[in-house]
Design a binder for this molecule. Structure first.
Ligand code: FUL
Length: 477
């Protein structure tokens, strides 16, 4: 399990990191040469908090990705297939993955994740592991490969492709015969990880709806995760147990507040309902003392269901709702994975495409002009765990929206509590506040005309490091 981020070797000690230096001195004086995390130098220990790997950082910087649920359920109007579907039902009449990718781009997405196999076991690629695949469908006379068309379309539109492979498989006869199914599942993963170029994310859910008499599969997660990391070193692996990115604990579209990107890896050792039960709070909030970097991904659908149902055509999220979704996910240190289901034609529904485009227009307008762009900013530590950032605007401006960010690449996540004040005349007025910041924290507040803005770091888990601030007019854009 590659969940431990191994920081690059620290070559030098920043002159400003007096606290770390003192702690290192104390550690050396006390003869502590091996850190509790098994790192080989007190120097590393003195400075180390978990930080993102390059792959985790890229994943977070995408901010918005699209999720695509497509398969036999699209044609049977179901959410969970039972595995007995005739592959002949899979017959999209106008499948165009470029249309999905263009819509994802227009929505501001930078990645897209497709259900290569859902719980029904039907494989959207011509796998050698089972007969239950596109090969036995009439689509493209059985010569088609949805995964291929999907990854090609993603790359043509500049999106990073990811794939979802459901562990639960209601079709495969060896499911429940644990060693045999683990071999088969690894073979499926290997096909997906070796045939289609670089993937950005590999997505595992924890669902298993088998009843009391159902088959019980014991998964070899370590083996699956190792295979992903070996074959796709640039991809992050998602599940409720990570190891690289974690489920946020709900499917409604809300990250926790606080939302720490660190976790205790032992708290949820494996994906699956039995490990997740009662841990929703932990998935939502993370753990400030966690030893691994495992940020939260917020997966939700633009419609009530994950798969397309014509009956839900009038229940597509509104633009206002999508804007709130962005604030509650990306704006709370999360990454948004927004599901849009193709129709039986094989196209994103027009109403969803239009809604997403309008959503992006609204977001672009909200974030068009950073009023703090060329302002004078000063950062000062005010105590061991407190600090302030002052931003003096070139001229007074009306602000109603703030974006704050920590330098997670260099320092991980530190801030536990913060407030934002605006200077209105000679008075400092509280505009907004909250707990964690992380990669991004967005605050909307009643617009106020201010000459300066102060971000007060009131609590941190270590000496706070400089945060970034952008300010926007906000209001009802
Ligand atoms: C869950 C599945 O059971 C749902 O059908 C859907 O794919 C969701 C994203 O993950 O575990």
């Amino acid at each position: 399990m590659a969940e431990q981020h191994q920081p690059e070797r620290v070559q030098w000690l920043p002159a400003t990191d007096r606290r770390g230096f003192l702690r290192m001195g104390a550690a050396l004086a006390g003869g502590i040469l091996v850190s509790p995390r098994g790192r080989d130098s007190a120097h590393e220990w003195a400075l180390a908090r978990p930080r993102p790997t390059a792959a985790q950082l890229l994943w977070q910087q995408d901010e918005v990705a699209l999720f695509v649920h497509f398969g036999v359920n699209t044609f049977t109007d179901r959410e969970w297939g039972d595995g007995r579907e005739d592959p002949a039902v899979f017959a999209p009449t106008a499948l165009d993955a470029r249309q999905w990718a263009r819509a994802a781009r227009a929505a501001g997405g930078r990645a897209m994740v497709l259900t290569a196999k859902h719980h029904d076991g039907f494989c959207l690629w011509p796998t050698a592991t089972t007969e239950h695949s596109v090969r036995r469908s009439p689509w493209r006379n059985g010569d088609g490969d949805v995964v291929r068309e999907f990854v090609d379309a993603c790359r043509a539109e500049g999106l990073r492709p990811g794939l979802y492979l459901s562990p639960w498989d209601r079709n495969n006869p060896v499911y429940g015969d644990s060693p045999r199914y683990n071999n088969l599942f690894e073979a499926q993963l290997t096909e997906l990880c070796t045939r289609y170029g670089a993937l950005s994310e590999i997505w595992f859910d924890g669902a298993n709806g088998e009843g009391p008499n159902g088959k019980r599969q014991t998964y070899d997660w370590k083996r699956f995760w190792d295979a992903c990391h070996r074959l796709q070193p640039e991809a992050v692996v998602f599940s409720s147990a990570g190891p690289d990115v974690r489920w946020c604990g709900n499917e409604q579209g809300t990250a926790g507040d606080p939302n720490w990107s660190t976790m205790d890896p032992l708290a949820i050792p494996e994906p699956g309902g039995q490990f997740e039960a009662g841990k929703e709070g932990l998935l939502q909030h993370g753990d400030p003392n966690g030893s691994v970097w495992r940020p939260a991904e917020i997966n939700t659908s633009i419609r009530p269901g994950w798969f397309y149902h014509a009956a839900e055509d009038a229940r597509v999220r509104t633009v206002d709702d999508l804007v709130s979704l962005y604030f509650n996910s990306v704006g709370r240190n999360g990454k948004l994975l927004l599901n849009v289901p193709p129709t039986p034609a094989g196209l994103f529904p027009e109403v969803d495409v239009a809604r997403m485009a309008d959503w992006r227009v609204r977001l672009s307008a909200l974030f068009a002009t950073d009023l703090a762009g060329n302002a004078r900013a000063t950062w000062r530590r005010t105590g061991a765990r407190t600090a302030e950032l002052d931003v003096v605007l070139r001229r007074p401006a009306t602000v109603g929206l703030a974006r704050i960010g920590e330098d997670i690449r260099s320092h991980g996540q530190l801030v536990a509590k913060h407030s934002v004040y605006g200077q209105v005349g000679s008075e400092w007025r509280l505009l907004a506040g909250g707990s964690t910041i992380g990669y991004a924290r967005l605050h909307r507040f009643p617009p106020a005309s201010v000459g300066a803005v102060r971000v007060v770091i009131e609590e941190a888990v270590d000496a706070p490091e400089r945060v970034d601030l952008a300010l926007y007019a906000g209001g009802a854009a």
